[in-house]
Write a protein that binds this ligand. Structure first.
Ligand code: C2O
Ligand code: CU
Ligand code: CU
Length: 479
């Protein structure tokens, strides 16, 4: 990464960020730049130099030999607007191949865009180029490696970064008035300054580490003005760990999911985030001035069997702290409307995907979709551009699986036959062990091959992925 080029942009971005807050940051936060690495587009374009690195990396007050983007965990936050041209000069200084995926963005899955079939060998470079469509929703997206077989390892070692699209949601006055905080939730396992290799059972279950970080820190403190609003933008960047979030004394007002804004705030007592999922919540700092803990509550993502049980934390774990002292005379209100979530058109066809696992001779545990492990030379599902489909995802296994689809976002229609109340854009949905989720997806704009997979990335690497081909009309619609 070219340092000089970045520092100027970073400085500008930080200045804008701090001025935008209009609030004092706590002394603790001031000792460390809260947004030390933010790259913001200017005049309809952004050019980013991003290097994948392996080496000693600061993490939670120590140093560990990690994989990273530019020597930081998480990597730089990239911020764009609809219509922007993105040029990302990527160089791979890792001792192994890798590539990039832009999770949740509606951009081409082909060429040098969001193409997970590209491979950047060790020591080589590749320039990614794509345009964010003018109609792209604002939202919290992210980037990470996607080279089948190495995804879980590379993400577990630290390769994650936020990719934010700024737009209409950011202009809702109440949202704009809130203090914005990003929270990249990610666990690590460090022993003697390095990440030990995982065992086979750890991989089959999905690897969890005992060091749980928020933006690479342990229990950060966020200050907000009493009577003010906090806009918390959460990403579960763990390969396998789930987060069941509860903020002491405060309800969470969900305003956006994976694919952007909801129509209006939706009150939650707690929020479950599976790997790959994002959520934006507003918090009203309307209690007694004080100190409130963001907890991670126990959640069991396995249902019996030899792989079940013992996931996550057995007891609540403090993730971060919200602090407010003084109080505004007039508290900030919640927004009434946050956006529009259009209804998807008429249904063209329905399909079923069954998530499972089995033992395969010579390979050990594999994870399957419709009984098959991933094969890069097989097109599993052919869909027509311009059509709408319902996909039923049934999990017949003993572990929860978060199902993720690239390129085109979807809406959840029902869970276990119960109609979904909230209309929201998602790209990753939790399908609990034994459960079924019905989703509706419209295929738009981009022909080519993309993938769907379990976002427990160890499961994806162990086979739980399929290829979907987006075809222009005239193409055969098989499978
Ligand atoms: Cu975040 Cu295909 O992944
Ligand atoms: Cu993705
Ligand atoms: Cu899974």
């Amino acid at each position: 990464m070219t340092k000089a080029k970045h520092s100027r942009r970073t400085f500008l971005a930080m200045g804008a960020g701090l001025a935008g807050l209009g609030l004092g940051l706590s002394a603790r936060a001031q000792t460390r730049a809260p947004d030390a690495d933010v790259l913001v587009s200017r005049g309809g374009a952004i050019e980013v130099d991003l290097e994948a690195r392996f080496g000693p990396t600061p993490l939670a007050g120590q140093s560990a030999r990690l994989f990273s983007y530019g020597g930081r965990v998480p990597g730089p936050r990239i911020e764009v607007r609809p219509g922007d041209e993105v040029t990302l000069r990527f160089s791979n200084a890792l001792p192994e191949p890798t590539n990039l995926h832009f999770h949740g963005l509606h951009v081409p899955p082909t060429g040098n865009a969001d193409n997970v079939f590209l491979e950047v060998p060790a020591g080589e470079e590749l320039t990614y180029r794509f345009k964010i469509p003018e109609s792209h929703p604002a939202g919290t997206f992210w980037y990470h490696p996607h080279l089948h077989g190495l995804v879980a390892k590379q993400v577990f070692l630290g390769m994650v970064g936020l990719f934010v699209v700024r737009g209409e949601l950011d202009q809702v006055p109440e949202v704009a008035a809130a203090r914005e905080v990003f929270a990249v939730l990610k666990d690590f396992q460090i022993a003697g300054g390095r990440v030990p290799p995982p065992g086979p059972m750890e991989l089959a279950r999905g690897r969890e580490g005992s060091l749980v970080t928020v933006n690479g820190e342990v229990e950060p403190e966020w200050s907000v003005e009493g009577g003010g609003l906090l806009r918390l933008r959460l990403l579960n960047a763990s390969t396998a760990r789930f987060y069941r979030l509860k903020l002491e004394g405060h309800p969470l007002y969900l305003i956006a999911t994976d694919g952007g804004a909801l129509e209006e705030p939706y009150e939650l007592d707690e929020l479950l985030l599976a790997p790959g999922e994002r959520a934006e919540v507003l918090v009203r700092a309307d209690r007694e001035p004080g100190h409130y803990t963001l907890w991670n509550l126990p959640y069991d993502r396995g249902r019996g069997g030899m792989m079940g049980g013992g996931f996550g934390d057995a007891r609540p774990r403090a993730l971060a702290h919200l602090v407010y002292s003084c109080r505004r005379r007039t508290p900030l209100p919640l927004p009434e409307r946050t956006g529009r979530v259009r209804e998807l058109g008429a249904l063209v066809r329905r399909r079923r995907f069954v998530l499972g696992h089995s033992m395969q001779p010579g390979r050990g545990m594999v994870f399957t979709i419709n009984g098959q492990v991933f094969n890069p030379r097989r097109i599993d599902t052919r869909v027509r551009l311009g059509t709408v489909e319902e996909w039923e995802i049934a999990n017949l296994g003993v572990l929860d699986h978060p199902f993720h689809l690239h390129t085109n976002p979807f809406q959840i229609v029902a869970r276990d036959g119960r109609p979904e109340r909230l209309r929201a854009w998602k790209d990753t949905v939790l399908v609990p062990a034994g459960g079924t989720v019905l989703l509706r997806v419209g295929f738009a704009d981009y022909p080519g091959n993309a993938v769907y997979h379990c976002h427990i990335l160890e499961h994806e690497d162990l086979g739980m992925m399929g290829i979907v081909r987006f075809e222009t009309s005239g193409g055969a619609s098989g499978t």
